[in-house]
Structure formats: structure tokens, C-alpha cells
Write a protein that binds this ligand. Structure first.
Ligand code: DAT
Length: 179
């Protein structure tokens, strides 16, 4: 996994991606806290700055202005030590990330989580289909080197704990690179 021979002293940049509801923000916030990293929720950042280009009526969500988002994040990402949470991965420069986590969730769990979030009808079924089709996993595999992309289950609190352990272990090894 040795990509960067001089690890950033502020820590690695880690992208957490996956279908909405798979648990990105739950894992991302907890990881940032435990590993003293900076947490960036890209959806919230876009909302705060209104980095949108209109509204997608069919998918019932605003359309992200990728360039504005990437420009806004560039300096922070260069400093390292960021956990980025977004349901997409192909808008970011490949060089930003040392690790790309793709969270996966069983259909029944995901259905319940999204229903609890108030999703229904097409929006709910589109997201379930997105998970069944492995859309976010494929996107990550097409956008990043094979050894950078790691698929992790996110169904139970035990999964959350083992994912946190696994990423922190990966971070320890990452920090030893080049030393
Ligand atoms: P996302 O940020 O991917 O949209 P989230 O972190 O908001 O997802 O999580 C969606 C819901 O699922 C939320 O109620 C918390 C719950 N959840 C997340 N990870 C979980 C896990 N590993 N086990 C059980 N529930 C989880």
C-alpha cells in the first residue's frame, strides 16, 4: 500500500463513500474523533456555500457544482489529515486520497434506515438499486488505484467498531512509510 513515500505529518486523507444510508457520516465522524482527523461532509459543505447548479427533479436532489467543491477543498486536502464523507468519488482528484473506503449495507437494513430518514417512492427505490448495483463501489474502482479502495460492511455496531479498528491499524502502517 506504499503510495506516498513521505506521509503527511498531519495524517492521511481518507474518503468514505457509499450509497446514502450506508453509514458514512457515522463512521467518518467517529474516525475523525478517535484519530484526530478533520471531518468534511461534502454535502454539508456544498449546502453551506450553495455550490449547486440547479435541481435534479428526477432524483430529487440538488446538482452539485463539482468544480466549486473541489476548489474549496484543495488547500485543506493538501494539508492532509482529512476524513471526507460523500456519496460519490469521481469528482475528486485521485492524488488527494491515501485510502478510499466504500461502505456496503444489506438491502433490508438500508431500506429501514432510508425509510426512517423519510425517503419513500422513487427516491427510496433508486438508492436501494444503487446499492444492489454496487454503483459507488464501481465508481471508486474506476477512479482510484486498486490497492487504495477497500470495501467494508456496515450493517451492525460490531461492523462499525471493526471498521474503526481496521482503519486505525491501516493508519499506523501508513505512518511508518518512508521511515
Ligand atoms: P450516511 O452518512 O451514509 O448517509 P449515516 O451515517 O447517516 O449514513 O447512517 C444512516 C443510519 O444508519 C443512521 O441512523 C445510523 C445507522 N448506522 C450507521 N452505521 C451503522 C452500523 N454500522 N450499524 C448500525 N447502524 C448504523
Amino acid at each position: 500500500m506504499a503510495r506516498n513515500m513521505n506521509p503527511n505529518p498531519n495524517g492521511p486523507n481518507i474518503l468514505i463513500t457509499g450509497t446514502p444510508g450506508t453509514g458514512k457520516s457515522t463512521l467518518g465522524k467517529e474516525l475523525a474523533e478517535r484519530a484526530s482527523l478533520n471531518y468534511i461532509n461534502v454535502g454539508e459543505l456544498a449546502q453551506l456555500n450553495n455550490y449547486f447548479d440547479g435541481y435534479d427533479e428526477e432524483r430529487q436532489c440538488p446538482i452539485l457544482n463539482d468544480d466549486q467543491v473541489v476548489d474549496e477543498m484543495e488547500d485543506t486536502m493538501q494539508q492532509g489529515g482529512n476524513v471526507v464523507d460523500y456519496h460519490g468519488s469521481d469528482l475528486f482528484p485521485e492524488r488527494w486520497f491515501d485510502l478510499v473506503i466504500v461502505l456496503r449495507c444489506d438491502n433490508k437494513n438500508l431500506y429501514d434506515r432510508l425509510e426512517n430518514r423519510g425517503y419513500s417512492g422513487k427516491k427510496l427505490s433508486d438508492n436501494i438499486e444503487c446499492e444492489i448495483m454496487q454503483t459507488l463501489l464501481e465508481e471508486a474502482r474506476e477512479s482510484y488505484a486498486e490497492e487504495v479502495v477497500v470495501e467494508l460492511p456496515s450493517n451492525t455496531p460490531d461492523d462499525l467498531e471493526s471498521n474503526l479498528d481496521r482503519i486505525q491499524l491501516w493508519m499506523e502502517n501508513w505512518a511508518k512509510q518512508g521511515s
